[in-house]
Design a protein around this ligand. Sequence first.
Ligand SMILES: Cc1cc2nc3c(=O)[nH]c(=O)nc-3n(C[C@H](O)[C@H](O)[C@H](O)COP(=O)(O)OP(=O)(O)OC[C@H]3O[C@@H](n4cnc5c(N)ncnc54)[C@H](O)[C@@H]3O)c2cc1C
Length: 388
Amino acid sequence: MNFDTLDAGEIQVIRDTVRRLLSDYVERDDPARWDADSILPTEILQKLVALGLCGLTIPEQYGGAGRNIPAALAVVEELSMKSLALAVPYIMSAFYGGINILECGTEEQRKEFLPLVAKGELLLAFGVTEPDVGGDVASVKTMARRRNGRVVINGSKRFITGANIADFIYTLVKTGDRKYQNLSIVLIPRTAKGVTISKIESIGMRGGAYTCDLTFDDVDLSESLIVGGEEGWDRGWEMMAGPGLDVERLEVAATALGLATAALHDAWEYSKNRKQFGMLICGHQSVRHMLADMQTELQACRLMVDHAARMAQSGMRCRTESAMAKLFVCERAKQIVLNSQAILGAYGCVQGSDMERLVRDILILPIAGGSSAIQRNNIASSLGLPKG
Ligand SMILES: Cc1cc2nc3c(=O)[nH]c(=O)nc-3n(C[C@H](O)[C@H](O)[C@H](O)COP(=O)(O)OP(=O)(O)OC[C@H]3O[C@@H](n4cnc5c(N)ncnc54)[C@H](O)[C@@H]3O)c2cc1C
């Protein structure tokens, strides 16, 4: 496979631009404050929009900057290094909005919604998980019925990140009794009559786009909000398991990569300044080797994300590669963050410190977006391993 046509220099320029913007405008204590008080950093997010970064998943014909998956993932990684309060709203725009509508919407929906996404004026939350439904996604119980040209939704969703600020919830609904065949996706406006939203206090991802419980009580919508229109009805499983899912897994992996990079950077610097037993702790072989191992693992993680991202960019399915990246990167990133915390000793346990926040955030990523066990199942199945 040859992916050389993708311009690595262009992606580096985007990384540098994001890094410069964050260094110029984010104050030292901002990430801790956003996390503690569930603040949406609106001014910084507007600066990202002004740079055209929300359009990185959207072709130019719909007002975007041209679909560039590796570049958009690089932005996720850079933002995650600073704060998930920045990365999550970006994901809600460029990924939940841009990728999903582009892949699964009708032409009318693309023309209506994608220019708004590119301008940073449309945020989507991803509404799949329910109180009784986690990994077994196709068992959702939230029911959609069509009546006189309308769609009426009843049910509930759980752990939906950013539902409190989303314009629409991209919602997986059941339409009949057949498990995989009777599923659709509907765009439910956050402000529609019958939608109730409440906050879940989770240990991480605690910025202004926080995790929510949702209930839908006779939510009555126009059929134009069925993703994929008339032809999209009952094609929800196909859409959920389509190319958008590959990119969704990579976006979670890129988030984990950002958190691990930040943690390792802090541990590396700390080890060069902290002295114990008369020497810098980076001179103690156990610490030194741990740091070298973590740099090596981080490099492997970055290459896995990059490889799968380039496949997705070139229009290839990367089911196995994206599941492997999601599994490996989230699990290794968790270990890197925990090891980095250990290198900071007691200072890594101080409430309100960067390391404490990184630990709380990373613990979520091997679970959210399809747990590690589910990724292992996906990898075994997609490589054709018989079940028995
Ligand atoms: C902070 C946060 C934010 C989230 N944001 C969103 C969001 O925006 N939208 C959304 O839809 N969801 C969201 N989620 C939900 C997340 O995607 C689910 O938690 C995840 O899919 C796992 O579901 P579950 O927690 O119900 O676990 P379950 O599916 O109940 O699994 C429980 C345990 O059993 C294991 N297990 C389950 N099935 C199998 C199997 N077949 N083989 C082996 N092991 C198995 C799992 O790995 C896990 O360890 C979020 C979760 C968190 C914590």
